[in-house]
Design a protein around this ligand. Structure first.
Ligand SMILES: *[C@@H]1O[C@H](CO)[C@@H](O)[C@H](O)[C@H]1NC(C)=O
Ligand SMILES: *[C@@H]1O[C@H](CO)[C@@H](O)[C@H](O)[C@H]1NC(C)=O
Ligand SMILES: *[C@@H]1O[C@H](CO)[C@@H](O)[C@H](O)[C@H]1NC(C)=O
Ligand SMILES: *[C@@H]1O[C@H](CO)[C@@H](O)[C@H](O)[C@H]1NC(C)=O
Length: 507
């Protein structure tokens, strides 16, 4: 039924093109010189080989093995550890220009601190060399939710200042071993999400939270720890970025940045309360990370509401954090409606969610389907907002893609429509001055998803988990993306249909 509806809307748009109402003609060549297109992944979600060649568990291994994904784990995942050559060949076949992956900290430095693991160095060297040989840029994330379990056990990981030194040492090992070939470094993937999930609400590892804010909280403090974890995450980022800029950048000529998860927020009603709540949502959810980076301090509204629970930047810290990036990575999927919920501010004990005093609802208010509503204009608005409010920094879209059920059809029309719309909105934002430099869709392969294991998938390629060989198969979206990237001329739905009836680009 859903498929049918998507097909109907697909053809509807196809008809509208003829009437020039769907202005969706654009091409790869409309993007500025140097702009890159690629796809994303992260270590635990695709590598597998979880206990091979010296790797020790991360907090994601622990979380998965505790049954949080109904028994699914990343022990094998897509087995990219052993199949990286095959996967790079698929990237070549697709026409990808960049591949975003993350390094598993506990593979490179087992237990998080101490000697570097030569087998870990060898794996990432192999992957990076394979990419570069085929003309694909490696875009590397250092931390993607997979803190070494040993550091969480020892001092609580991100809630301790000790993490700053250990993270910097790990980053140093990465720059030293791979920086001659890796030109794009991202220190952290969406700190705002791993912190809220892991230290406030407790549904993500390390599942620290306190009643009444989370479920099954056995340790943690939702009133204070999210703010502490964010503070030390920012300091760890800034420390690694400073090291890179001081010791490596002149020689290696690369760039370093941080990633943040961003929704576009829209007031539920036109009341002044909901408009203010929407601004508060921007400040709490991404100003939390972006304001320190751009201005050297948390947003005023956060400091005012959270009071003594939010750590204060010393003037030295502020100076180190401010400007500590060459680019910002954004993960954008959809829009949320925001309603004022100031009554929570009257509670004596509050967590981050209560402090922000907003109530969030999906855009389509109750009629949410498994797939995201397709709202590309939210990406355009978000990019405008960042341009206007944060001095138009260089931006990489690090994640953007459609969620489907893992075992749904290879004819993923919804994902094609999603990509087509968002890439167009991105182009429009660029045409209006946004300093965007790249687009990396989430995800290259159907992966172990951090929110639900193997229930949902975002991949351009289906990975058959029943097949002992974990066979990869291109979905329609892979063909669409490939067509867009390889035929650098104008593309629209019409052409995709013709192209598909004449045979795919990926053989
Ligand atoms: C909370 O813990 C109990 C007992 O361990 C478990 O049965 C329940 O599923 C947990 N709830 C959630 C939401 O994790
Ligand atoms: C959280 O920390 C604050 C400040 O130290 C303290 O007042 C509060 O009691 C703690 N809450 C819990 C649940 O431990
Ligand atoms: C796909 O998975 C869902 C949920 O696990 C299940 O209900 C459905 O029957 C599956 N469909 C197919 C075609 O296997
Ligand atoms: C384009 O940019 C200008 C100047 O930054 C801004 O005023 C305008 O609202 C933007 N247009 C759109 C459609 O966002």
């Amino acid at each position: 039924m859903l498929l049918l509806m998507l097909r109907v809307s697909f053809f509807l748009c196809f008809l509208l093109i003829k009437l020039s109402l769907c202005a969706d003609k654009y091409s790869r060549d409309d993007f500025p010189p140097g702009f890159v297109f690629g796809a994303s992944s992260s270590a635990y979600q695709v590598e597998g080989a979880a206990d091979q060649d010296g790797r020790t568990p991360s907090i994601l291994d622990t979380y998965a093995h505790a049954g949080n994904y109904d028994g699914a784990t990343g022990d094998v995942a897509c087995d990219q550890y052993h199949k990286y050559k095959e996967d790079v060949q698929l990237m070549v076949d697709t026409g990808l220009e960049a591949y975003r992956f993350s390094i598993s900290w506990s593979r490179l430095i087992p237990n998080g601190r101490g000697p570097v693991n030569p087998k870990g160095v060898q794996y990432y060297n192999n992957l990076i060399d394979e990419l570069i040989t085929h003309g694909i840029e490696p875009h590397v994330t250092l931390h993607h939710s997979d803190l070494p379990q040993a550091l969480d056990d020892e001092y609580g990981g991100w809630v301790s200042r000790k993490i700053v030194k250990d993270f910097t040492t790990y980053a140093d090992a990465c720059f030293k071993n791979f920086g001659d070939r890796v030109l794009h470094w991202t220190t952290m993937n969406e700190p705002n999400v791993f912190i809220l999930g892991g230290y406030d609400v407790g549904f993500l590892p390390p599942q620290r939270c306190s009643a009444p804010f989370g479920v099954n909280c056995s340790r943690g403090n939702s009133s204070t720890e999210p703010y502490m974890a964010a503070h030390y995450t920012l300091l760890a980022h800034a420390s690694a970025a400073r090291l890179y800029k001081k010791m490596y950048q002149d020689k290696q000529h690369g760039y370093i940045g941080i990633n943040v998860f961003a929704y576009w927020f829209v007031p539920l009603t036109k009341t002044i309360e909901d408009e203010l709540a929407t601004q508060r949502a921007m400040d709490f959810y991404f100003g939390w990370v972006l304001n320190p980076l751009v201005f050297g301090d948390y947003p005023d509204v956060m400091k005012k509401i959270v009071g003594s629970r939010i750590p204060v930047f010393t003037s030295l810290e502020s100076r180190i954090v401010k400007g500590s990036f060459d680019f910002i990575g954004l993960n954008y999927y959809n829009i949320l409606n925001i309603k004022d919920y100031s009554s929570t501010l009257k509670m004596e004990t509050r967590d981050f969610m209560a402090d922000s005093a907003i109530k969030i609802s999906p855009l389509d208010n109750g009629t949410t389907t498994f797939e995201y509503p397709i709202t590309p204009w939210g990406l355009q608005e978000l990019l405008e907002y960042i341009k206007e409010n944060y001095g138009n920094p260089p931006i990489y879209i690090h994640e953007n893609g459609q969620r489907t059920r893992r075992n749904s059809s290879l004819e993923d029309w919804g994902r094609v429509k999603f990509l087509q719309g968002h890439i167009q909105s991105l182009l429009e934002a660029i045409r209006n001055g946004s300093n965007s430099r790249g687009y990396l869709t989430w995800s290259f392969l159907d992966s172990l998803e951090l929110l639900d294991g193997y229930e949902s998938s975002y991949g351009l390629y289906y990975v058959d988990l029943e097949d002992p060989d974990l066979k990869r198969q291109p979905k329609l979206s892979a063909h669409w993306y490939s067509h867009f990237l390889k035929r650098k001329n104008v593309i629209n739905f019409d052409e995709v249909l013709t192209s598909i009836s004449n045979g795919y680009d990926i053989q």
